[in-house]
Design a protein around this ligand. Sequence first.
Ligand SMILES: Nc1ncnc2c1ncn2[C@@H]1O[C@H](COP(=O)(O)OP(=O)(O)OP(=O)(O)O)[C@@H](O)[C@H]1O
Ligand SMILES: [Mg+2]
Length: 275
Amino acid sequence: MTTATIERSPSQAVAEIGQAPPLLRVSNLSKWYGHVVGCRDVSFELRPGEVLGIVGESGSGKTTLLNAISGRLPPTSGVVEFDTSRFGLANIYALNEPDRRRMQREEWGFVHQNPRDGLRMRVSGGANVAEPLMNLGNRHYGQMRRATLEWLDRVELDTSRIDDKPRNFSGGMQQRIQVARNLIHGPRLVFMDEPTGGLDVSVQARLLDLLRELVRDLGLAVIIVTHDMAVARLMAHRLIVMKSGYVVETGLTDQVLDDPQHPYSQLLVSSVLQI
Ligand SMILES: Nc1ncnc2c1ncn2[C@@H]1O[C@H](COP(=O)(O)OP(=O)(O)OP(=O)(O)O)[C@@H](O)[C@H]1O
Ligand SMILES: [Mg+2]
């Protein structure tokens, strides 16, 4: 007897996220680089367990927006509020620097497109994975080693290579180390900038499957930047479509991809645009 599994798309699962209070609230956020616009007047809310995709052509402002909302790039105007465990909903740029850094370390993760930007290349893969625990004050070596082995296994890496340096791993493996490093401390929100962008197509597909599984199993809230509509479809409940720094369309992933309303989204989805 065969059993059929009905695979639900992330946007069908969005109803289950319900009406929980927002984890993140972005209001009228703009970032200018002198006279060059990065992003302008962006507002949205993100709920716990929700995966938001930011899509748009090159130069549309995706990375600028991600960096501004993740506390890495102070905006020119607008507010980013996060439901911190210590202070409740707080304007992240109004927190003092040590509090903001602590909140980022404790409650967030950030997966870079290039693993070199997210890993310390001089220390072992295992040390890279364990470091966030040490940064949070964990001093129990045995416990950290166990957690590291568990996470290496979870991201499907050979645990016997725990002491190898990142440069001895392939690009896809380095990205898995980066994923483990960013999840081991149990963040509530993870930012990802083109996490599969620099990888071969077959490696991309496997990493994407893994990310999807982890996000679902851990009930993580994620903001993921991608120019790849297939990645957006697989990962995101909701999408924000950006053009020239503006959000031109937002909605459930299936709606935006299957029935785009804005002419630019229509071009983007039909892949007429070179992105
Ligand atoms: N540090 C900077 N200084 C000046 N201008 C910048 C800087 N970073 C980004 N920009 C400009 O801001 C705009 C948005 O860039 P951004 O990198 O956010 O786009 P993106 O959507 O992430 O593009 P890509 O898909 O190529 O990564 C572009 O016009 C870019 O040239
Ligand atoms: Mg970018």
